[in-house]
Design a protein around this ligand. Structure first.
Ligand code: AHR
Length: 329
């Protein structure tokens, strides 16, 4: 904006103030012009459904147009969605990658079209790092480690056979949460993972796999603890244990990840012991990064890390349950 020098000082300062206001308001105005395409995995868990809800809320708050494509757990659908977003010329693409490999070609197409990509809640293989702008995720190795360390501390010197319900095969969070837990129990020979299988991050599969673990472990009597890569699988496993006449939360310890409301209900009922929180608000920091990048050219750090907090039955689970209800769940 040009300010004519013939204006008197007070008018000049008014004009300057107006110009500055325009500059200050610019980010919000420009954010409203943005269209973001989000390739979401599906709705396998309560956490995932909350992430979708929160993403919509965060977009609305900023006046950003958000187009969500539900891939129904299939990478091929995610690849199609990304290609469609590129064809539509969106301003940015959010991707929650169902698995960690196989993204190079499609992300190179987005890069070629000058469309920044932000990864949400899961990572891709290191070979693809230059193909996205930033990743908003937790430290999923750390989450597993916190779970393992909690168990080691809780169990003391007692011998403890652990059964593990893994997340989706090939997902970064499944690989990392497994590794983290193994790191957490390392050096404690009394604690060992005796069975480990995918429960695909769903309640139904978590229950089914837990039923087979119980059968294979003599009716479950030799199981000391269940570690699940998410709370939904644990809720299914708790059901399986109860149906088999076992007492989850007392006879068999539980530790899982996400901190969805239902796990706190189970904790309050004495049927679950611990969970590590994963925020469903991945989109908020991602939108902020994209707005700053588009408007000021600010390049975000390669990793925007979200917090991981351990909750146990000592944390007033009913109160946490109530406080979670308005957070997209
Ligand atoms: O990638 C995050 C994981 O995906 C959540 O922990 C799990 O519930 C979801 O399905």
């Amino acid at each position: 904006m040009t300010i004519r020098t013939s204006l008197n000082p007070s008018v000049k300062s008014l004009c300057l103030a107006a110009a500055l206001t325009t500059v200050t308001l610019l980010p919000a105005a420009n954010a409203a012009d943005l269209t973001v395409g989000f390739s979401q995995i599906g709705s396998e868990s309560g956490w995932r459904a909350a992430e979708t809800t929160v993403s919509k809320e965060q977009a609305e708050k900023r006046g950003i147009t958000l187009k969500i494509a539900d891939a129904q757990q299939k990478q091929e659908n995610q690849i199609k969605a990304i290609r469609s977003f590129v064809a539509q010329g969106v301003d940015a693409i959010f991707l929650a990658p169902v698995v960690s490999t196989g993204w190079d070609a499609v992300l190179a197409e987005a890069k070629e079209a000058n469309i920044p990509v932000v990864l949400l809640d899961r990572d891709i293989d290191p070979s693809g790092k230059e193909l996205y702008l930033t990743a908003v995720t937790s430290d999923s190795v750390y989450e597993g480690k916190v779970a393992g360390e909690w168990l080691v501390k809780t169990i003391g010197d007692k011998k403890c056979n652990v059964v593990e319900l893994q997340g989706t095969v090939g997902a970064s969070v499944a690989t990392n949460r497994k590794k983290g837990f193994e790191d957490g129990i390392a050096g404690h020979s009394n604690v060992a993972i005796v069975r480990s299988q995918t429960g695909e991050f769903t309640r139904a599969k978590g229950k089914e796999v837990m039923e087979s673990f119980i059968k294979a472990e003599g009716g479950g009597k030799s199981i000391c603890a269940v570690y699940a890569h998410n709370d939904d699988m644990m809720v299914g496993a708790i059901q399986a244990m109860k149906e088999a006449g076992l007492k989850p939360g007392s006879e068999i310890l539980t530790v899982s990840i996400d901190a969805v409301p239902d796990i706190f209900k189970a904790m309050a009922a004495g049927e679950a012991n611990a969970t590590v929180e994963l925020t469903p608000n991945m989109a908020g920091p991602a939108f902020d990064a994209i707005v700053a990048f588009k408007e000021k050219g600010t390049v975000p750090p390669k990793w925007i890390q979200t917090e991981s907090k351990l909750y146990t039955a000592a944390d007033d689970p009913m109160k946490v349950y109530e406080s979670k209800k308005n957070l997209g769940y």
